[in-house]
Design a protein around this ligand. Sequence first.
Ligand SMILES: *[C@@H]1O[C@H](CO)[C@@H](O)[C@H](O)[C@H]1NC(C)=O
Ligand SMILES: *[C@@H]1O[C@H](CO)[C@@H](O)[C@H](O)[C@H]1NC(C)=O
Length: 376
Amino acid sequence: MIFVIPASAVVIILVVLVLMCMCRKKKTPTHIEGVPPSPILSTSSSISEESIKMKKKKFTYSEVTKMTNNFQTALGEGGFGIVYHGYLNGSEEVAVKVLSQSSSQGYKHFKAEVELLLRVHHINLVSLVGYCDERGHLALIYEYMSNVDLKHHLSGKHDISVLKWSTRLRIALDAALGLEYLHIGCRPSMVHRDVKSTNILLDQQLTAKIADFGLSRSFQLGDESHISTVVAGTPGYLDPEYYRTGRLAEMSDVYSFGIVLLEILTNQRVIDQNREKPHITEWVAFVLNRGDIARIMDPSLRGDYDSTSVWKALELAMSCANPSSQRRPNMSQVISGLKECLTSENLMRSKKQDVDSDSSLEMTINFDTNVFPSAR
Ligand SMILES: *[C@@H]1O[C@H](CO)[C@@H](O)[C@H](O)[C@H]1NC(C)=O
Ligand SMILES: *[C@@H]1O[C@H](CO)[C@@H](O)[C@H](O)[C@H]1NC(C)=O
């Protein structure tokens, strides 16, 4: 039946297609200023819109050189290249990740991250300001996060003040909201695959944002093909079930998030061969068996926390890090758990505040504004 379509119809279809292509090419320049595409094209324009967005954010290598003042200040080094400090338009601070050339894996990582970050926008995800892809020069330009990352803050290196328990909970909640967005807020849904305390960045106000989407994988629900041959992630944070089966799902991020929660609570290394139990989950379980929560908590908190809140958080962390993915909560459940922890902690604070009548402003923790991110 397929073969009996009249030739004239085929010709007409071809002509229409050619005309449509020509139209789109001609119209492209008018879209650059952010004018929405014309109604006729709008149904099929998601791809062209995307490419226009990408053009807007594309920088030349000489712009990148200028931005970073000839790569003067390195902020750190990641697996795929060095991150430099820079200024956009001489004012807005940015972090510029320059990818090491040549490695084809680096290029894949680069493309994945650009495409993904141009698609997702959330207050708890580090946003991409722009990128450079010019004759082998690859760079990603991100918003600058002045308070580095969670790991850095917990380590107590440099003279930064110890993060209070309530602040730690708020950071965890921010990160959880970012992950929940990846899992259920965007289409297709996404698995981060490398959640860890060095990938939770902190801005000036200590708002947490998830970074480094280089390993992220998007997959459609019902697609059975997301079994990868290469298991990727960071030792210690890697979901043992994913490691065993190669089967990737949101629950792998939940596992890694549980490990981060344990770090927030204990400030212990995730893997430490000199400890009674090298892995943090085993160590926490081992110490808890002896009954005392104070022994697992970060000593730099000096016991300044509500024990109900801490117990809840600990339970939550251990259920996230359950070896069986079916027993783990999903990110929405994690978020409500963390909110309960915060409520409990704040309640304790306000009671304490009533007791010491000279209440300080610092005590009022307004977490409500952070709970509901405006930019989804
Ligand atoms: C940089 O400044 C120019 C001119 O002032 C402006 O048009 C442009 O939007 C600015 N770019 C960014 C990314 O802020
Ligand atoms: C998370 O788990 C709860 C309880 O099992 C369930 O009601 C909810 O639909 C789940 N959310 C998602 C996004 O899977």
